[in-house]
Design a protein around this ligand. Structure first.
Ligand code: 2P0
Length: 349
């Protein structure tokens, strides 16, 4: 092999869950205690761009640069992704001796996010999805998005949903090896092109309690959690998929808001309690309630992940009543905004 550099790039989108993943039955493989469902809107354009390369000329260790800063790749999650992808490449090389032995070369990964990292905007989801697909492209693996979702899940649970666009489910699965715990597309984005999301950036700071630590404490201490995982979420998964299929925004919105509330209720029911919402988050909830009350039906739906930032879903036809009102109320401030101006910065005071 010469000192050639082999390279491939990809992007992966942030996904925002409308039925939340919270709780692991296997923390090593990131196997969840319930299925979940997310929406990826390309118009919101929150993405990780990743280039994976390998070369005999590189120093003899794997490296990962995220937004210009060197990251530790020795963690079990990153190592699991590297190991699985190298093993698939090794199989290809075993079948075809003419292929360059890329599986033996050090990897250099360079990633850039166009949104605040670890601010409850699912940065690890887009990050691991892009990392896995970039390496799979580099290795020219014939893997399907489903196969890649199985690998990305081991990097970060929610990452499996970022391998698909549009409306994406993550089937919790039953197998102990996680082979059936994969993402699937419920509908492409084009199925419901009127869907819009606005992100209210309440805080771009790193979250106080990491998702992994938070969810393990919830599983261990919350009595609300068991009912959520075994009863509430399975019912909602069905209802939500039906609502998406028939483009029923009122049901979509109601389940989205109720599931966000249920997730944050189990956080509060965790001991010691976990608070992700703050006063601005609660003001956003009241705004949505007021918008819906004025409309006489649900035209806006909020959801919050492991942080105070709100994502508000609405349909294009209600742009003025929803996004217009939020922008007017919160004021457009300097600071981070989505590339198409669809995120607004709010003050925490
Ligand atoms: C979700 N969240 O479904 C939920 C809602 C946060 C609240 O997935 O430990 O970063 O890497 O598997 O995927 C955040 O959890 O956790 C998350 P790990 P992850 O989007």
């Amino acid at each position: 092999m010469t000192d050639e550099i082999y390279r491939a790039s990809t992007t992966a989108p942030v996904n925002i869950a409308v039925i939340k993943y919270w709780g692991k039955r296997d923390p090593k493989l990131n196997l969840p205690t319930n299925s979940s469902l997310s929406v990826t809107l390309s118009q919101s354009d929150l993405r990780t761009h990743t280039t994976a390369s390998c070369s005999p000329s590189y120093p003899s260790f794997d490296s990962l640069l995220l937004n210009g800063s060197e990251q530790d790749v020795s963690g079990a999650r990153t190592q699991a992704c590297f190991r699985e992808l190298r093993s698939l490449r090794r199989n290809l090389e075993g079948q075809d001796a003419s292929l360059p032995k890329l599986s033996t070369l050090p990897l250099k990964i360079v990633s850039e996010n166009n949104f605040p990292t670890a601010a409850g905007l699912a940065s690890s989801a887009a990050g691991f999805a892009a990392l896995v697909r970039a390496i799979a492209n580099l290795y020219e693996l014939p893997s399907s998005p489903t196969d890649l979702s199985r690998i990305a899940r081991q990097g970060s649970g929610s990452a499996c949903r970022s391998l698909f666009g549009g409306y994406v489910g993550w089937e919790q699965g039953k197998e102990v090896d996680g082979s059936d715990s994969v993402a699937f597309q419920v509908a492409p984005e084009s199925h419901w092109p009127e869907m819009r999301a606005i992100i209210l950036v309440v805080s771009a700071a790193k979250k106080g309690v990491s998702s992994t630590t938070g969810m393990q404490t919830t599983v261990a201490t919350s009595s609300l959690f068991a009912a959520r995982a075994s009863d509430t979420v399975p019912k909602r998964m069905k209802q939500m998929q039906e609502a998406i299929q028939i483009k029923d925004f009122e049901t979509f919105g109601k389940i989205t808001m109720m599931d966000s509330n249920s997730f944050h209720a189990t956080c509060l029911d965790t001991y010691p309690p976990i608070f992700y919402l703050n006063d601005v988050s609660r003001a956003a909830i009241k705004m949505v309630e007021a918008i819906n009350a004025a409309a006489g039906r649900i035209i806006a739906a909020y959801t919050f992940d492991a942080g105070p930032n709100a994502v508000i879903y609405y349909l294009q036809e209600n742009e003025a009543q929803v996004a217009g009102l939020f922008k007017a109320f919160m004021g457009e401030k300097d600071g981070w905004k989505g590339t198409r101006g669809d995120a607004i910065q709010a003050s925490e005071e």
